[in-house]
Design a protein. Structure first.
Length: 328
């Protein structure tokens, strides 16, 4: 038995490779792990489940059940904003799972156990970045298992990673978190995704496939920032075409206004919306980080918005697990 702490970085979700039932594989997430902002939880063995936060308690109860242990006391030390496009749900669920396992001297096996935690049902990006960081493309799910109704909770496996690249350490992702309504989640997200999948144009998926194979992956492998950013922006816009009816445009308000403004910034490329938003991101490098930060603050002010601006390095590793003061 031990005291464990787990810290995981946020993730950006650029989009999916396919949302059409006319193609053999559905979804296929594209995204990148970030060094910050982070979520951190600590855990100790207990005879029951003890947690102050309701969602932490829910995940702790699942973790105790999955791991077949008596209980755990979990504290949320550092949190990610929820439902804004930074992957807070998956990073929290897996952090609680990993911390509970470590507190009981067990292996977390996050990929195998993520479905039982309710994660990895569409995109595998959050699970993959929790494991090893990096820029990730996953294989998606067989379409014949995912139709318009998803399988019962837990009745899936997390999509395998088909490409992972660790991006140059001097790249910086500009993260803009406007004070706005949260993105879709839970049953609301499920309903929106069903509607999108039912109507998705398969031709868009074919266009995205060309961008991924001929532009995005070569740029990631070679560390070419502008080419990578151009490919990310194109994929984001094509995903937005699928979501336009569900979210009120290629980008949801107010993300669309921020994207429009930031696209004019000469030191940014790859400007887009993460997941359902409202987080907006762009790509720059260390030398232009200050200018990018200023442009983001100006964009918020110009649109009459409050919000937070973060410049994050791409994650070189997965979540950090510390047991009794020693990194596991």
């Amino acid at each position: 038995m031990a005291t464990a702490a787990v810290s995981a970085g946020a993730r950006l979700h650029v989009g999916f490779q396919n949302l059409s039932l006319a193609r053999r594989r559905l979804y296929g997430g594209i995204g990148v792990g970030l060094e910050e902002p982070r979520i951190t939880v600590s855990a100790e063995p207990a005879s029951d489940v003890d947690a102050d936060d309701a969602l932490v308690r829910e995940y702790a109860e699942r973790a105790v059940d999955v791991l077949d242990v008596p209980g755990v006391a979990v504290a949320l030390e550092e949190r990610l904003p929820r439902h804004v496009g930074l992957g807070s749900g998956t990073q929290l669920a897996l952090s609680v799972l990993a911390a509970t396992a470590a507190a009981h001297d067990l292996e977390p096996q996050v990929r195998e156990r993520a479905p039982a935690m309710g994660r990895g049902g569409r995109s595998g990006v959050g699970v993959a970045t929790f494991e090893d960081g990096g820029f990730v493309v996953d294989a998606g799910h067989p379409t014949n298992r995912f139709t318009t109704e998803p399988p019962a909770e837990g009745d899936w496996t997390v999509p395998p990673v088909v490409a992972r690249h660790h991006l140059p350490d001097d790249w910086r992702f500009l993260i803009v978190v406007p004070d706005a309504d949260p993105g879709r989640n839970g049953e609301n997200e499920d309903a929106s995704m069903r509607a999108v999948v039912e109507r998705a144009d398969p031709a868009v998926a074919d266009e995205i496939a060309g961008i991924v194979t001929r532009k995005l992956l070569p740029a990631a492998a070679e560390g070419r920032l502008e080419a990578f950013g151009d490919a990310v922006a194109a994929i984001g816009r094509k995903n937005g075409a699928w979501y336009a009816d569900a979210q009120g445009g290629v980008f949801r308000p107010p993300a669309g206004a921020l994207v429009e403004t930031l696209e004019g910034c000469p030191v940014l490329s790859g400007v887009g919306q993460s997941s359902w938003g409202p987080v907006v991101y762009g790509l720059t490098d260390v030398g232009h980080a200050g200018e990018a930060r200023g442009a983001a603050r100006d964009a918020l002010e110009e649109r009459g918005l409050e919000g937070e601006v973060v410049l994050a390095a791409p994650a070189a590793d997965g979540a950090e697990i510390v047991v009794d003061g020693h990194r596991a």
